[in-house]
Design a protein around this ligand. Structure first.
Ligand code: COA
Length: 276
């Protein structure tokens, strides 16, 4: 396997030859730019499924409103508390003397900023009582985040709340890298695909089928429209789960600025053929 080092020091990716390669996906990787790419969506105002009014509504997927961003973010913060990528931005040399509580606060705040951005400019869905499961999506035909969302989401404050190394990892390297790898992987389908940015269920809500329902909710739509769905998996233990949902690995990313190298698997799900 070949390994390509990208401009940001300490991050590279390995491509699995032949997997998910399309003739029309020949975009080169551009130099990562130090800016945060969250994209706006024409779908944001038009949820695929509206909030149900009937009994048992907690067991159905619904779209989260802006006023709910803190509660939805809390689910993701709990789900990703021990996740290697989640820790990557919080466990840095500059936070080595922080208490667990201080680190949790930063982690939660980060999830709140990210969740706000995706409600404002993408789509956030939830299922289960008390936001048991939450997914952040960027629907097709999104555009870059505007300044308004950058400020309203608190992202500008996150810039200062992260220590220097955390800021470097998140803003200068991680976000541009994800943006560029997605563009490279999907090629000319980049704009027209669905992007599953985050999915998590609270520890007490696991094994109830919430994650599967959150993914199915969008992939059913993607199948109807003939669109691909893209994600980065931050935990190798989740690969069988994603494979069962139709995703296939196509690349690995390595985050190498911490002592422990953090691996992510890039996965793409092709739309099911009509009638499948
Ligand atoms: C991964 C995660 C979202 C799964 O949530 P969940 O609501 O428990 O998943 P579901 O109940 O929908 O499980 C769906 C299926 O996948 C299986 N599954 C779920 N997580 C799995 C895992 N880590 N490894 C293997 N199988 C898994 C379930 O057994 C179930 O199988 P079945 O459909 O055959 O019964 C949850 O464990 C989580 O939040 N983990 C921490 C955050 C995280 O890793 N998020 C994903 C980042 S890539």
């Amino acid at each position: 396997m070949a390994s390509t080092t990208l401009a940001p020091a300490g991050i590279n990716f390995v491509e699995k030859p032949g997997l998910n390669k399309r003739k029309d996906s020949g975009n080169g990787i551009t130099e990562p730019q130090p800016q945060f790419h969250v994209q706006a969506s024409e779908h944001a105002a038009e949820p695929v499924v509206k909030a149900p009014a009937a009994a048992g509504k907690d067991e159905q997927v619904r779209v989260v409103a802006l006023s709910e961003y803190k509660a939805a973010a809390r689910c993701l913060a709990e789900a990703f508390e021990q996740d290697d990528v989640g820790r990557y931005f919080v466990d840095t040399p500059g936070t080595k003397d922080w208490t667990a509580e201080q680190k949790w606060d930063l982690h939660l705040f980060m999830m709140e900023c990210i969740t706000y951005c995706h409600i404002a400019q993408g789509m956030v869905t939830t299922i289960g009582p008390d936001y048991g499961g939450v997914a952040l999506w960027m629907p097709p035909n999104s555009s870059d985040m505007g300044l308004t969302t950058f400020f309203r989401s608190g992202m500008w404050r996150l810039y200062y709340r992260l220590c220097r190394e955390g800021r470097q990892r998140f803003f200068t390297e991680f976000m541009p890298l994800l943006h560029d790898i997605k563009a490279h992987t999907l090629g000319d389908r980049d704009a027209s695909s669905w992007y599953l940015v985050y999915i998590g269920t609270k520890p007490a809500a696991r094994g109830k089928g919430y994650a599967r329902k959150l993914v199915d909710h969008v992939t059913r739509q993607a199948d109807r429209d003939g669109r691909a769905t893209y994600l980065e998996s931050s935990n190798a233990a989740n690969l069988p789960f994603y494979r069962r949902l139709g995703f296939r690995e196509c690349r690995k990313l390595y985050l190498q600025r911490s002592e422990k190298v953090v691996e992510l698997d890039v996965m793409v799900r092709e739309p099911a053929a009509k009638g499948e």
